[in-house]
Design a protein around this ligand. Structure first.
Ligand code: HEM
Length: 402
């Protein structure tokens, strides 16, 4: 039998963590209800999809839209209109065609070609950290410069522009840190920059992703329009940089806070890929606010009817803690096998840069652990400042001694 979604008082979302590295208490019991009403930072209501299987089904369902411009759709935040931008949120069939072309340009080979480059950049950054003052900040010394450099290398963005990107993305990913006006200005500057960059690549193509996107063609010989090229370049810049930096930083904090896991990884370096996957599953930096979707036609989620016009949040963190799929989900286990976490989402909008992110995380974490055997946090994880009011709540400073 199908029931309507429950309507008790909605709990505030994102959920709070009791401490920096602990999962929100709600995630322990939430899976008993497949659909839970929540209040977003904007004050708008949405329905959280809690279970792994439902989340996967919903994210592959074409009745569920990522276009958040429809009237009546819940807003994530009051101030950041970026998240309601139609350009950021296309649906099929436009999205499917663009994804096909992007996938042609952003190949596994391209990512593997970047691996030696990532190894070199990590070695250089760690050399500089070693030679510099202590404590060092792992964000400034490693996580941010590595990911911005790799994103710039991938897209063919000149290195001297990297600082400007950092400022623009900080604004883009703000939930409440900046005013609507400030965010709008940053957005305008970024679009203007990217337009120029695409034009420059058209004149003088290089061995980079933007040039490959310019030449990628569909079966009917059509390619991406100017507008689409700018949009996807922006998306790759924004989506690829701070997410990976935040994940690397928080992975390092988790590892350095767990001497047993650290010793296990040092003793068995072959565990690096499964350690990276487990750190991704536990994802201590984010919520699923950006996963917000709009329901175009009635759907059913584990027997609960969700009417057309509802806003839903398929929750990554809840799916990753689903006891039906992960044994002892709260346990951090770097040997965990068959770790099918959904941190890179699933379905139509599955993260286009997952392979690149994995590669960077493996190279950087592996080298830090191998090289700095005495590395330790200069302050407990709970005392490290976090990027409150941002979509990606990474640690803003990670001071370390060695
Ligand atoms: C640890 C790092 C990363 C995490 C946790 C992450 C997570 C995600 C998630 C959850 C989505 C899906 C959003 C949705 O379904 O609504 C997504 C989409 C996307 N990601 Fe990532 N990502 C990471 C790194 C990257 C990198 C390195 C790039 C590229 C350089 C990238 C590019 C993209 C793009 C372009 C999309 C949009 C795909 C689409 O709409 O079809 N991401 N990412």
């Amino acid at each position: 039998m199908t029931t309507s979604p429950p309507n008790p008082t909605a709990c505030p979302y994102p959920f709070k963590r009791p401490s920096a590295l602990e999962q929100p208490a709600e995630l322990r019991t939430i899976h008993k209800d497949p659909v839970v009403p929540v209040t977003l930072p904007s004050g708008d209501r949405a329905l959280l999809i809690t279970r792994y299987a439902d989340m996967r089904a919903v994210l592959s369902d074409e009745r569920v839209s990522r276009d958040l411009t429809r009237p009546g759709t819940a807003r994530m935040t009051k101030d950041n209109v970026m998240f309601q931008d139609p350009v950021i949120s296309p649906d099929p069939p436009e999205h499917t065609r663009m994804r096909r072309l992007i996938t042609k340009a952003f190949t596994a080979r391209r990512v593997e070609q970047l691996r030696p480059r990532a190894e070199k950049v990590v070695a250089e950054l760690l050399d500089a950290m070693e030679a510099g003052p202590r404590p060092a900040d792992l964000n400034e010394a490693l996580a941010f410069p590595l990911t911005i450099r790799m994103t710039c290398e991938l897209l063919g963005v000149p290195l001297e522009d990297q600082n400007r990107f950092r400022v623009w993305t900080d604004h883009f990913l703000s939930v409440s840190r900046f005013t609507g006006e400030e965010i709008g200005r940053a957005r305008g500057e970024l679009i203007a920059y990217v337009q120029q960059l695409v034009a420059a690549k058209r004149d003088e193509p290089g061995d980079d992703l933007i040039s490959a996107m310019i030449t990628a063609q569909d079966d009917d010989a059509s390619g991406l329009t100017e507008y689409e090229l700018v949009y996807w370049t922006m998306l790759l810049l924004i989506a690829g940089y701070e997410t990976t930096a935040g994940q690397l930083g928080s992975s390092l904090v988790v590892m350095l806070s767990d001497p047993e896991a650290l010793a296990q990884l040092r003793g068995r370096p072959e565990l690096l890929p499964s350690a990276v996957e487990e750190l991704l599953r536990l994802q201590v930096m984010g919520s699923s606010l950006s996963m917000l979707r709009y329901v175009k036609e009635d759907i059913e989620v584990s027997g609960v009817r969700i009417p057309a016009g509802s806003s839903i949040v398929p929750s990554i963190e809840s799916a990753n803690m689903d006891p039906e799929v992960f044994s002892a989900p709260e346990t951090f286990d770097i040997t965990r096998q068959d770790n099918r976490h959904v941190t890179f989402s699933t379905g139509l909008h599955y993260c286009a840069g997952a392979a690149l992110a994995r590669m960077e995380l493996q190279v950087a974490l592996g080298e830090v652990v191998r090289r700095f055997t005495g590395l330790r946090l200069a302050a407990p994880a709970d005392e490290l400042p976090k990027n409150e009011g941002a979509l990606i709540q990474n640690f803003t400073e990670i001071p370390v001694h060695w």
